[in-house]
Design a protein around this ligand. Structure first.
Ligand SMILES: O=C(O)c1ccccc1N[C@@H]1O[C@H](COP(=O)(O)O)[C@@H](O)[C@H]1O
Length: 213
């Protein structure tokens, strides 16, 4: 299973994520986020991951071409994660312009929201299901909020699950749905934006335990 550790900001935590088993590392380019990294620092972190053959994901929110140009120049990502309100036509445009795989985040609360899948399944290379942001949150993702995973029980495909995953609940999530990948951020932090190496290790230990059960 793919596992993406998102919102990394130091060489140490990039190394811990990779040593623990991450397939993907994510860098957040959204100034309102406590996990925001500037292109030059992200470039150094991304190089570290690429040297270890780990996929680098740039997380953006309704970014314009100028911002995407700068991110791609700085970190040469393997994938773009679009975590805003990007519509299908914009995803087509981004794919045409950059030739990179795109993962589109879809916010879910209840089964009615699954209709969004049809809208994006053909245009995005991968879908990522996240919880809807709480009212008033400045962030469209990275809120540490979960949703009812059972609505995904019959959803086919190689999608990523995210939204409030943690060492404590990832086993339960894997019992009720069948993602191709897991994406986690805020529950692995000791403070907003500060990843905790022990929490990263604990997340992978919990996945291994669930897979062995
Ligand atoms: O992590 C952020 O700060 C962030 C900001 C803007 C868009 C997306 C962001 N993170 C993504 O949110 C989900 C869920 O994170 P969490 O585990 O609930 O904290 C994940 O896909 C991150 O890539």
């Amino acid at each position: 299973m793919d596992v993406k550790i998102c919102g990394l900001g130091t060489e140490q935590t990039v190394d811990v994520a990779i040593a623990s088993g991450a397939s993907h590392v994510g860098f957040v380019f959204y100034p309102l986020s406590p996990r925001h990294v500037g292109p030059s620092h992200a470039g150094q972190l991304a190089k570290r991951a690429k040297d270890q053959r780990i996929k680098v994901v740039a997380v953006t929110v309704d970014a314009g071409d100028g911002m995407l140009d700068a991110i791609i120049e700085a970190i040469s990502p393997d994938m773009l994660q679009l975590h805003g309100k990007e519509e299908p036509w914009r995803i087509d445009e981004i794919k045409d312009r950059y030739g990179l795989p795109v993962m589109k985040a879809i916010s879910l609360e209840g089964a009615d929201d699954l209709a969004m899948i049809d809208e994006y399944a053909d245009v995005a290379d991968r879908l990522l299901f996240d919880a809807k942001a709480p009212k008033g949150s400045a962030l469209p993702g990275g809120n540490g909020v979960s949703f009812d995973w059972s609505i995904l029980r019959d959803v086919k495909g190689d999608w990523f699950l995210s939204g409030g995953l943690s060492p404590e609940n990832v086993g339960a999530a894997l019992e009720v749905c069948n993602p191709g990948g897991l994406d986690v951020s805020s529950a692995l932090e000791s403070a907003p934006g500060v990843k905790d190496p022990d929490r990263i290790r604990a997340f992978f230990a919990a996945i291994r335990e669930a897979e062995a059960a």
